[in-house]
Design a protein. Structure first.
Length: 317
């Protein structure tokens, strides 16, 4: 499951005209990309966001926004609406079971000012327990300057503290789990995954081809914005991107994921190795500007998540 866990010491803030960081489960103000929200119907909403033209982790390549920056914006939107529109209290844990997205690369171009984005959100398949939603789906259409930027859908659940403790027996002390996370293993070479900073590399070499150990660096200031009791979902999405790059390094030095379909089956823990296994498809030649990859993550003998992704060479877009 991809879980968006809030800083567990947060208290509910007063409503303001901007989105408070607690509503999107971030500790750093600089990592909040949402600016406002409004209701468009019973289960329909508009969320506004601004994408920065530069970022320390979601780095723009060749004048284009990183699609995973948009995924983080989608994550924040689902978290925000769960709290403000459906009154889910802080302390509940939100766990994604599936994420699908596809971007329009031409609308991802960086211009002279930050990208102001409207996300039109429709919620469906909502199951309630004692007036609070416990599962729901969200369909999102992101629009920029009147053009469709991306489409996405997420399916997730909301767990009360009591339910979460039952799901995570023996893992109730978040600070202890976080502080005792093992040091990350050595990364693959920077050129293998198209990353310049060692800290941003989430794959470590393994003996078998097309297989890597997930590299979890809990000191990362973006992926670990606050203490967690498991590996965050955005790191797992990054592992899919980097596996796609490692299978066939980009000729231009960068390839971006233009679509993903990810199913999250269970939490990825800190204290056991997680293995990322790639299965490139055979329907693309080595010279194609786009290619599709399947990725499975295995931990403790079971599949933590599986994904398919299409990557495109940035110089072909």
């Amino acid at each position: 499951m991809l879980t968006t866990t809030e800083p567990h010491s947060a208290a509910r803030p007063a409503l303001t005209t901007t989105v408070a960081r607690e509503y999107v489960h971030r500790a750093a103000l600089s990592e909040v990309f949402l600016t406002d929200w409004s209701r468009a119907g019973r289960d329909a909403f508009t969320v506004t966001a601004q994408l920065p033209r530069c970022h320390t982790f979601y780095i723009p390549e060749y004048g284009m926004y990183d699609p995973l920056l948009l995924c983080e914006t989608i994550r924040q939107s689902s978290t925000l609406l769960t709290h403000v529109a459906y009154q889910v209290p802080f302390g509940h844990q939100l766990s994604w079971s599936r994420l699908q997205f596809a971007v329009n690369p031409q609308a991802m171009r960086i211009e002279d000012t930050p990208a102001d984005v409207q996300l039109h959100v429709t919620c469906s398949d909502i199951r309630y327990h004692r007036s609070l939603p416990v599962t729901m789906s969200m369909h999102l259409e992101a629009v920029r300057n009147g053009s469709l930027l991306a489409m996405a859908s997420v399916r997730f659940g909301s767990h009360s503290p009591a339910v979460y403790r039952r799901l995570r027996p023996g893992r109730g002390d978040i600070d202890a789990i976080f502080s005792n996370a093992p040091k990350p293993p050595d990364p693959v070479p920077r050129s293998t995954v198209g990353r310049l900073q060692k800290q941003d590399i989430v794959l470590s070499p393994a003996a078998e081809p097309l297989r890597w150990q997930l590299r979890v660096d809990t000191s990362h200031p973006v992926l670990f914005d606050h203490a967690l009791d498991h590996v965050p979902g955005m790191l797992l999405l990054e592992s899919v991107r980097q596996a796609g790059q490692a299978v066939r390094p980009s000729q231009a030095g960068a390839a971006i994921p233009v679509s993903m379909d990810v199913s999250f089956n269970h939490y990825v823990e800190f204290d056991e190795p997680c293995w990322i296994e790639a299965e490139p498809t055979d329907d693309h030649s080595p010279t194609d500007a786009r290619r599709t990859i399947r990725v499975n993550a295995r931990q403790k003998g079971s599949t933590a998540f599986n994904a398919s992704a299409e990557l495109a060479e940035v110089d072909s877009l």
